[in-house]
Design a protein around this ligand. Structure first.
Ligand SMILES: [Fe+2]
Length: 161
């Protein structure tokens, strides 16, 4: 279950989290967790109903699975691309299957909220919204990504968008 930190408060109540994210136009859903399986194809197959619903509702074209763990080659190099504040021209859509990760996302009030995604959490960082991402101490996450197009998946780092 997600945790949200904002203005010195830590919120773990899912309805309060959803309300705060809604107020900042950040879509958030809880998906029912399926049994743990091994291959990427099996995971995508298990979550297919939720993936296809979201594709219909929000126009996403494709989905894949990504995993980061302490033994991932060049983990720090990979993470360095996400920890700097950036945005994308398409939505960044993440469903956490296992592990956890932290998204810091710009609000409508000139500050950032800190959302810790845990298994079962689906979050959409809207296109053009400033954000950063990093792992927790466990340094491991496995998540499904959904894409509008493959072309939009490029980080843009300029501060003054
Ligand atoms: Fe991003």
């Amino acid at each position: 279950m997600a945790r949200l930190e904002y203005r010195g408060e830590t919120i773990s109540d899912v309805h309060t989290i959803k309300t705060l994210l809604d107020a900042n136009a950040i879509p958030y859903e809880r998906w029912a967790l399926r049994e743990q399986v091994t291959t990427d194809e099996e995971v995508l197959q298990l979550y297919r109903p939720d993936i296809e619903r979201l594709q219909r509702e929000r126009g996403y074209q494709s989905a894949d699975l990504v995993a980061l763990k302490p033994t991932t080659p060049n983990l720090d190099g990979i993470l360095a691309k996400f920890t700097k504040e950036h945005h994308h021209t398409d939505d960044e859509v993440r469903f956490t299957v296992a592990g956890e990760g932290v998204f810091e996302i710009a609000t409508f009030h000139d500050d950032f909220l800190k959302f810790t995604a845990e298994p079962g959490d689906l979050i959409v960082i809207p296109a053009y919204r400033r954000h950063s991402f990093y792992l927790t101490a466990a340094r491991a996450i496995r998540c499904i990504r959904l894409f509008e197009t493959s072309a939009g998946w490029e980080a843009i780092y300029e501060k003054n968008f």
